[in-house]
Design a protein around this ligand. Structure first.
Ligand SMILES: *[C@@H]1O[C@H](CO)[C@@H](O)[C@H](O)[C@H]1NC(C)=O
Ligand SMILES: *[C@@H]1O[C@H](CO)[C@@H](O)[C@H](O)[C@H]1NC(C)=O
Ligand SMILES: *[C@@H]1O[C@H](CO)[C@@H](O)[C@H](O)[C@H]1NC(C)=O
Length: 971
């Protein structure tokens, strides 16, 4: 157990071991011998079907359920009558809703997840699933199967379905040999794979350091991906924002939510990426980020003044390292951490404005941190205007809810429902932006964090200490130790209610992690009290998990309105749908090797959740051993190992979608900006050197996720879900369809054996080919200062020359890399099943068509996408060109063809294809001389062949990217 408290917390807290918390679980009122025992006896069905109405279109049904048996009375009485609706929405998506008849229940609002409803013209014969039809008189049972194979998708057989006001239990059987992914947010020792040994994943957004394993963290995502032994996959979302536990064991998965209703969506896949696309089709696809957001980022809590801040940027350029964006942490803020203001003595606005102009002129960016809580300081404009505009969340006395965060006593904007919230925010943000234009926003502490958590709190003006803290000016030298210590302990005077509220003390206790409480922390621990109320009458009890997402949504709109630019928003808390607005980092991690492993799961989970631009703090936010929370040389990694870890982590993190070196203040961690060590600087230069050459490839991959749904970073198993070992190869990931990263994640290691799924793979550093006939481990030598990165066979990858800022790469000449696949195309609908390795882009129409058209040939396919960061992307302002290469099975001749889907925007006319590389061409006679020509064009293409690497290079083509062409080559 790692007793780290919140972000930036200093206080020493009592360690409570998770094992102890589990031991006491029986004491919280679970009646069963095992806390996982959800099965009733067959005779103990809870609800029976009283009537069934079939849909007019022959699709779906509605049924009435009557209570027949009411178990677990200690959790309150069950509803007598429920309405159960089963609605097919698309061939691959089924919606199931169960709600008490005639009772209005809290439900995730449409503003968070707009409900699409059923697709027009849906027919029963098109459905990939079958649902058992209930019969009047029969007990409740939901059984959904895959029509093609009869496999179980969701099956409640043998489990008690329970629906009480504050306790809903829904369980499904899951085969022991299936693998589950995606629920969170939690840092699991198993990495990406969900443990199924009686584990409980709890969803209740908390400001708890990501380094704490098993506890609920910043976000809440009640979605899972199930991959069966044969590789077929489906997904399940319980769209419910209430606090919940999800219980996992070898035979079943059980949702236990403490409110709301059952709104269940099933996604049939059948491949993992297809499941994720179908999921994002519902919750909203990932935001298209500005191109620069793909560059290298730096942040640190504790750059105490502007001069230090400027030095960081200079140090990067002096070391010749790429730096795209620097984040300003809380130090820039005015006295008492007034939100959206500058400190007059540490970060004066006028100087910040001049610095911003300098950054912008060089193609660099800066982004300020913004916390939701607004200091309750009369005379502070944001506070006074918020009072006037009535935008705060209210407490049970009807007054603004007061909590305590960095500014001390603070109130919370009601981003969900206050009628004037948009105009209030836009006014604050406009004033702030005019002082020093920034390029995005970093939303922190938006779970929302609260160091008090009382029901009704206020400043005790009779207490001199409290008043002192309230008025304390931020010290000039920003002495963090003395300044922060008192701020993370509650010094407000909080009254607990005379009557214990069912909202703060629901009968079923979710396994909420909290320091001093183990996994039995009350709901209000560290957050806004659950009794607090939004303008629409909803309570924090119901809406808590949505706070971060509503904040990101409002800032996204305000930034767009003010600047007319595509927003870059980084949010710590998220719920399904957040990816439409925000990028994410995984929170406060630690400079330890196991944390490098955990970071990969964090990035991949966010991608499954629809948040493509995700990354972890490179080399750790904190720097300390697990059992300590304040940095000391004694407990941290030895200096040499710290340097080694930062080297390895930098090279891995260079391939996170969102790539940022970020760290805590200097009393909590040693510095680790890459320029601190020559070895790490060299590692940075090398890894980002490749990343920047691939920026357009990464951006094109992001565009696919944005336009079609699906992932940017994805688990290796997505290339072949039938490969059992790949399903647990979660120390690796793919960035886009074609780039596999296999980092070193252990000390003193220069030889690794990462997993490769069947197919051809190309060393990204020299394009040498490796054929893997059946998936398995491959030994690789990876000395310090190198990282294993491979291209997948069957891809076309745009690459450009390196530059230190993304602006200078964006429209630079392109070389297309064609990687030959191991196997000729079978021509069949490969994507329809999940058995065996899948070609890159098999779900994308131009590539699927090429695979079908060129059966028997070696097919490679990929996209080049370019835009000018327009707010909306369409065919009128983007370049979208698909490249398909068909190569004869012997690999000696082929053609590369472009299909232009769009040719507009700044990239049109500017982007040129300068050369083409065919990688993996079988060894030829040394004097073999390839030829190349472009159909119908008088272009002088020069072709050469390198027998050592098997690379055919075709130069001098200089085609406009948006121009359709067909190039033929042979050797
Ligand atoms: C898993 O949980 C179910 C439902 O609570 C229970 O019936 C079953 O015995 C458990 N299985 C194992 C292997 O623990
Ligand atoms: C005054 O506030 C301080 C800081 O929160 C607290 O430690 C102390 O107990 C309070 N004193 C009284 C008398 O309430
Ligand atoms: C998955 O991999 C991890 C790390 O390599 C290993 O510790 C764990 O036992 C594996 N789990 C399974 C189910 O194979």
């Amino acid at each position: 157990m790692l007793p780290l408290q919140s972000n930036k917390a200093l206080v020493l807290l009592v360690a409570v071991f998770i094992s102890r918390a589990f031991c006491t679980a029986a004491g919280v009122g679970l009646p069963d011998a095992s806390p996982l025992d959800t099965r009733g006896h067959a005779t103990q069905a809870t609800y029976g079907v009283s009537s069934v109405t079939r849909g007019d279109d022959g699709l779906g049904y509605a049924a009435q359920l009557d209570l027949s048996n009411d178990p677990l009375p200690q959790y309150g009485p069950s509803f007598q009558q429920l309405t159960w609706q089963v609605s097919p929405e698309t061939p691959s998506r089924l919606r199931v809703q169960i709600s008490p008849t005639g009772v209005k229940r809290w439900q995730v609002p449409d503003s968070i997840v707009p409900r699409p409803g059923a697709a027009a013209g849906l027919t029963a014969s098109s459905l990939l699933y079958d649902v058992s039809l209930p019969e009047p008189g029969a007990p409740f049972n939901l059984q959904v199967t895959r029509r093609a194979t009869g496999q179980t998708i969701f099956d409640t057989t043998g489990h008690q379905f329970i629906f009480k006001d504050q306790f809903i239990q829904l369980a499904t059987n899951v085969p022991a040999d299936a693998d589950l992914y995606g629920l969170g947010e939690a840092t699991l020792r198993t990495g990406l794979l969900l443990p199924r040994n009686g584990s409980i994943i709890t969803l209740w957004a908390r400001d708890v350091a990501a380094a704490v394993t098993d506890w609920n963290l910043y976000s809440a995502h009640p979605f899972y991906l199930q991959v069966n032994k044969d590789g077929t996959s489906h997904g399940v979302l319980l769209l419910n924002s209430n606090g919940m536990d999800v219980l996992l064991n070898q035979t079943s998965l059980t949702y236990r939510a403490i409110g709301g209703l059952v709104e269940l969506y099933l996604f049939l896949g059948p491949t993992p990426e297809a499941v994720i696309r179908q999921y994002h089709e519902l919750i909203g696809k990932t935001a298209m980020q500005p191109y620069w957001a793909l560059g290298a980022h730096q942040a640190r809590w504790g750059y105490q003044n502007l001069s230090v801040f400027e030095d960081v940027v200079s140090n990067y350029s002096a070391a010749g390292l790429p730096l795209e964006n620097i984040f300003a942490d809380i130090e820039y803020q005015g006295d008492n951490f007034r939100t959206m203001t500058f400190s007059e003595d540490r970060y004066p606005a006028a100087k910040m404005k001049a610095f911003a102009a300098k950054l912008h002129a060089r193609g660099q960016h800066w982004v300020p941190i913004i916390n939701p809580a607004v200091g309750a300081q009369p005379g502070f404009r944001a506070f006074d205007e918020g009072n006037r505009d009535d935008v705060w969340i209210k407490d049970t006395s009807g007054r603004p809810y007061v909590g305590q965060v960095w500014p001390g006593a603070a109130v919370y904007p009601d981003y969900l429902a206050a009628p004037n919230i948009s105009s209030w925010l836009q006014r604050q943000l406009t004033t702030f932006y005019r002082q020093a234009p920034f390029d995005g926003m970093w939303l922190d502490m938006n779970e929302a964090s609260n160091f008090c958590g009382g029901q009704v709190c206020e400043v005790d003006y009779s207490n001199a200490t409290s008043v002192y803290y309230l008025k304390q000016k931020t010290p000039k030298d920003f002495d963090l130790t003395d300044f922060f210590k008192p701020r993370v302990t509650c010094w407000l005077s909080c009254k607990q209610p005379a009557v214990v509220s069912s909202l703060s003390s629901p009968p079923y206790k979710i396994h909420n992690g909290g320091f001093g409480f183990g996994r039995q922390a009350p709901l209000q621990s560290g957050v806004i009290h659950p009794t607090a109320v939004h303008a629409d009458g909803s309570t924090e009890y119901d809406a808590h998990n949505l706070y971060g997402t509503t904040m990101a949504m409002r800032f996204h709109a305000a930034f767009t309105a003010i600047t007319g630019k595509r927003p870059f928003i980084l949010s710590r808390s998220s719920f399904p749908g957040a990816g439409r607005f925000a990028a994410r980092w995984t929170g406060d991690n630690v400079a330890r090797w196991d944390e490098l492993f955990h970071s990969i799961a964090g990035v991949l989970n966010n991608n499954m959740w629809g948040i493509a631009l995700a990354g972890a703090d490179i080399c750790g936010f904190y720097d300390m051993a697990p059992e300590h929370h304040v940095w000391s040389a004694e407990h941290a990694l030895p200096e040499a190992e710290y340097e080694e870890l930062c080297n390895r982590w930098t090279m891995a993190g260079a391939f996170y979608p969102f790539s940022r070196n970020h760290l805590a203040a200097n009393h909590l961690t040693r510095a680790h900006e890459p320029y601190r060590w020559q070895s790490v600087a060299a590692a940075h230069r090398k890894a980002y050197g490749l990343r920047y050459q691939l920026l357009t490839y990464i951006y094109s991959s992001l565009f696919v996720a944005h336009s079609r749904g699906g992932t940017l970073a994805r688990p290796l198993l997505f290339t072949d879900s039938s490969d059992a070992a790949a399903r647990n190869a979660t120390a690796q990931w793919l960035l886009g369809e074609a780039l596999l990263v296999s980092p070193v994640i252990t000390p003193n290691t220069t030889r690794i054996t990462p997993h490769f799924t069947a197919g051809s793979w190309y060393n990204a550093w020299d394009l040498t080919r490796m054929d893997v006939t059946t998936g398995g481990p491959v030994a690789l030598d990876v000395p310090l200062g190198e990282v294993a990165v491979h291209f997948r066979g069957g891809a076309v990858i745009p690459m450009q020359p390196y530059a230190n800022v993304t602006r200078d790469v964006r429209y630079a000449p392109v070389t297309l890399i064609v990687t030959l696949p191991a196997q000729p195309s079978s021509g069949s609908q490969a994507a329809a099943t999940a058995q065996g390795p899948l070609p890159p882009h098999v779900l994308d129409e131009p590539c699927a068509a090429a695979l079908a058209r060129h059966a028997g040939q070696l097919v490679s396919c990929g996209l080049l996408y370019s835009d000018g960061d327009s707010l909306q992307v369409s065919e009128d302002n983007t370049v979208q060109v698909w490249y398909t290469a068909a190569t004869a099975p012997a690999g000696r001749s082929g053609s590369v063809r472009s299909t232009v889907k769009a040719n507009a925007g700044p990239g049109s006319g500017k982007l040129r294809i300068e050369s083409l590389i065919i990688a993996g061409v079988p060894t030829q006679a040394a004097d073999a001389a390839p030829t190349a020509s472009i159909a119908g064009q008088d272009v002088e293409a020069r072709a050469s062949y390198d027998a050592a690497t098997g690379v055919v290079k075709i130069e001098g083509i200089n085609l406009e990217a948006g121009q359709a062409f067909e190039l033929n080559w042979s050797i």
